[in-house]
Design a protein around this ligand. Structure first.
Ligand code: MTE
Ligand code: MO
Length: 420
């Protein structure tokens, strides 16, 4: 077969197949270096691949090397007290792969030796207890899928559109399956005294991060988790054990957890009252804003993943979550919030976990203003950024769950914008 007839027959083949493919996705493939494309035998088909055991702990394909946690260097003074963001734009489904879960540390990653790990429970208890990691693993365990969102997620967006990418505007969230011991079980073993109302929870990192957690929450659904997505916690996520506080702000999910002191009032660590409050317009501050309200974001298309191939059949994909319960519905708008349509939720819907939503439509190639809003099973509707500013002002950093707008331009590029 000569080059010319070869190309011509392939073109005929592609034209014939085009009807099967959604509009916009297909087009004649004409490339100079087409030796890997049908009807040729691709280079990877002509030789044996690497054998088993050459990759004892697998990593993603080298062609996915850009799907990584990223930082915004100007956000913080030091990398030890900083944040890296989940590449939400490049993921799908509801589970965040362990290697790309965002990290937030105040004193760097503690490298805790598992044999030297201890969890102490003391204070207003009948019997102070000390658990080793092996002790924790001997106890009954549960598996739960929960999102974790830093209270500062979207914090740079209070005064207007800032960061160009879902990874940066919304990437301080992850959702994994935890395996661990219900905290209730440990507290029951210690025997909590009737006067007890609060726990002081402390981490073993150099920040000695500590937080006050109401006893009622601890007895309700908190876990001492030692696994995520089946494997042991990653060092970045608190190896070998962390507190899981479902639906509540990330700073309470103390990593490398080493101590729980039971008390009758909140502890209020040095940093806690000063930092984790929301400053309002009138100079007052919101406090005890533990729950993360319903929120959503379109992850694709978004600034880091423009629409390729022009108009035609297009899938909008996004994530929604609520710290108050289940996501009941997600709406999508193509016109900046004037008209809303119900999105399709696909995959499991768990309490206080992310859900994946899709909206499929035929893009006419005109500019659109893409938005999503989450509605949870308490009836709460995710507010617009302006409605949120009316009650909170713009001075706070925390708890920005306003509706995100992406402008989809005619050339397929996407930009972070605000609508009035
Ligand atoms: N010991 C300890 N626990 C910690 C922190 C910390 O710096 N030290 N950071 C907290 C904050 S502010 C958040 S948002 C979450 C982040 O969890 P991740 O790193 O698993 O994403 O951990 C929390 N737990
Ligand atoms: Mo956080």
């Amino acid at each position: 077969m000569t080059e010319t007839t070869d190309k011509a027959s392939r073109r005929r083949f592609l034209t014939g197949a085009a009807g099967l493919v959604a509009a916009g996705a297909a087009g004649p493939i004409v490339r100079a270096d087409d030796k890997n494309l049908p009807p040729h035998v691709a280079e990877w088909t002509k030789q044996l691949g690497e054998g088993v055991g050459t990759r004892p702990y697998g990593t993603p394909s080298k062609f996915e090397k850009d799907v990584i946690r990223r930082t915004v260097p100007w956000l913080t003074a030091t990398p030890e007290s900083s944040v890296s963001f989940t590449p939400l734009h490049a993921l799908d489904g509801i589970i965040t792969p362990n290697g790309v879960c965002f990290e937030r540390h105040h004193g760097g990653i503690a490298e805790v030796k598992p044999d030297d790990y201890r969890l102490m429970i003391h204070g207003l208890v009948d019997k102070p207890l000390m658990f080793t990691l092996e002790d924790l693993k001997r106890l009954p365990r549960v598996n739960r899928i929960y999102f974790l969102e830093c209270a500062a997620n979207s914090g740079m967006e209070w005064r207007g559109a800032q960061l160009n990418g879902a990874q940066y505007t919304h990437g301080m969230v992850h959702c994994v399956q935890y395996t661990g011991v219900p905290l209730k079980l440990l507290l029951e073993q210690a025997g909590v005294k009737p006067s007890a109302k609060w726990l002081m929870v402390e981490g073993g990192d150099s920040a000695g991060m500590n937080r006050s957690v109401p006893l009622a929450k601890a007895l309700d659904d908190c876990l001492i988790a030692y696994r995520m997505n089946g494997e042991m916690l990653r060092p970045e996520q608190g190896y070998p054990a962390r507190l899981v506080v479902p639906g509540w702000e990330g700073n309470m999910w103390v990593k490398w957890i080493r101590r729980i002191k039971v008390g009758d009032q909140p502890w209020f660590a040095r940093e806690e009252t000063s930092k984790y409050t929301d400053l309002l317009e009138n100079g007052k501050a919101r406090q005890f804003t533990f729950v993360m309200d319903a929120k959503s974001v379109i992850t694709s298309p978004s600034p880091q993943v423009p629409v390729k191939g022009g108009k035609g059949f297009t899938v909008i994909s996004g994530l929604a979550w609520s710290g108050r319960g289940k996501v009941a519905r997600v709406d999508v708008s193509l016109d900046g919030g004037r008209n809303w349509r119900t999105a399709k939720i696909d995959g499991p819907v768990f309490d206080k976990a992310c859900v994946r939503f899709y909206y499929e439509f035929d893009w006419n190639g005109e500019e659109l203003l893409l938005q999503s809003r989450a509605i949870d099973d308490t009836g709460y509707v995710q507010p617009s950024k302006d409605d949120l500013r009316k009650v909170r002002g713009v001075n706070s950093i925390y708890h920005n769950n306003g509706i995100q707008t992406w402008a989809l331009k005619k050339d397929g590029e996407v930009e972070n914008v605000e609508v009035g």
